[in-house]
Design a protein around this ligand. Sequence first.
Ligand code: GLN
Length: 487
Amino acid sequence: MSLPDDLTLLTAAESRVALDNREISSVELTNAYLSRIEKVEPHIHAYLHLMTDMALSQANSADQRIESGDVSDLTGIPIALKDILCTTDAPTTAASKILEGYMSPYDATVVARLREQGAVFLGKTNTDEFAMGSSTENSAFGPTINPWGENRVPGGSSGGSAASVAAREATISLGSDTGGSIRQPAGFCSVVGLKPTYGRVSRFGLLPFASSLDQIGPFARTVEDAAIMLRSISGRDKMDSTSAPIDVPSFTEKFGADLKGVKIGVAKEYSVEGMEPGVDAAVKAALKQLEDLGAELIEVSLPHTEYALATYYITAPAEASANLARYDGVRFGNRIEGDDLIDTYKRTRGQGFGPEVKRRIMLGTYALSSGYYDAYYVKAQKVRTLIKQDFDAAFEQVDAIVAPTSPTVAFELGSRTNDPYAMYLADVFTIPANMAGIPGVSVPAGFSDGMPVGLQLLGKAFDESTLLGIAHAYEQAAGFYKELAEV
Ligand code: GLN
């Protein structure tokens, strides 16, 4: 293999080959990323904490492991972790002042698994506070900038993780997706972003937002790299009772050149008012490409789609209000001492949480309160079942469903911060998959006025292999993954 001058141009799969053939060392690869970070990070702000010393020492150990032949998929590969995943050797803040400086006494299961493999941790990435948002502007520590546009958001909440891969400040990164927080920023930044099936990946050590919806998943420059990361973090974990005891395949077993015999559903409900013409055009071109590859396109109906956003904005805040009760300055969270216990709670939570987090806590507490519980929370659970049944019915006809990832390209910084509803609309197409627990992936699908468009593919529960097979065939034929952000 001929090596590029800049090693950050290699994918994880290519780096694996170069490392195993001793063409490069993990220390060299890690240093290439550290130089790249030094160059672009002042502009992008993808990271909240860099782990430079740790990364170099992990790279050193990885080189020794490679020398001794003890190699896993990600041994010596430099990656980034969303700052909502607990790590013992760097702070975990969820981009909130309430957790500023917090050091976790344990690693999240995904972090522990990557550490065992000998992956190199470059740092912790920026996010909307407690993963609540669609633009990374709700971070208490300043927004991340989209590598494709000066004044554009990277999407969110995992905007730092998406931008780190798009700007080649990491080979692969991990994010979390509760309503679209992996797929939407992946679409906005022209990288691959995968939300696995609920239960595929252990959530132990992921600071919880909405526990029945949260899943951890990868960002990568190629579908193959996403598959590699997925198999590294998947599988049953006794620390998370919702992690499923289901075999973990390679996730690349359905990679092939064409899509003959594959049935792909096009949902007639997945087109909304305010959809950008350039996004529509890119998605139509992608449908044509899928057909050219041999797939059969079939119209399907997901009639309850229109209720998904409303259902999500009852369910997710309800769960968040319960999950965030622990940050009270006594059990967790930076305490701000008051005159008495109640005053201490008020100051701690009043000053520690930002406005969007407070809005969610209030919405959720209201939806769960006596007298409203049945009207809001219970009703939302019933509608959630209907949304899932729509998908069950559609998947009797098709192997996957295709949709835009988001109705628009990345919007301008500040343009939606005063309009929460406009912000929430960025996730209309991603939220249904979380409600149904099914996997979804966003793949680069071209550009609208120079800004990236994402194509979303949704699949059957625990059938990420089919999803990634289709995504891979499309990616290779379309070739947009080769276009890199110039930063
Ligand atoms: N943007 C959605 C929200 O604000 C989804 C966030 C996420 O997936 N973590 O809740």
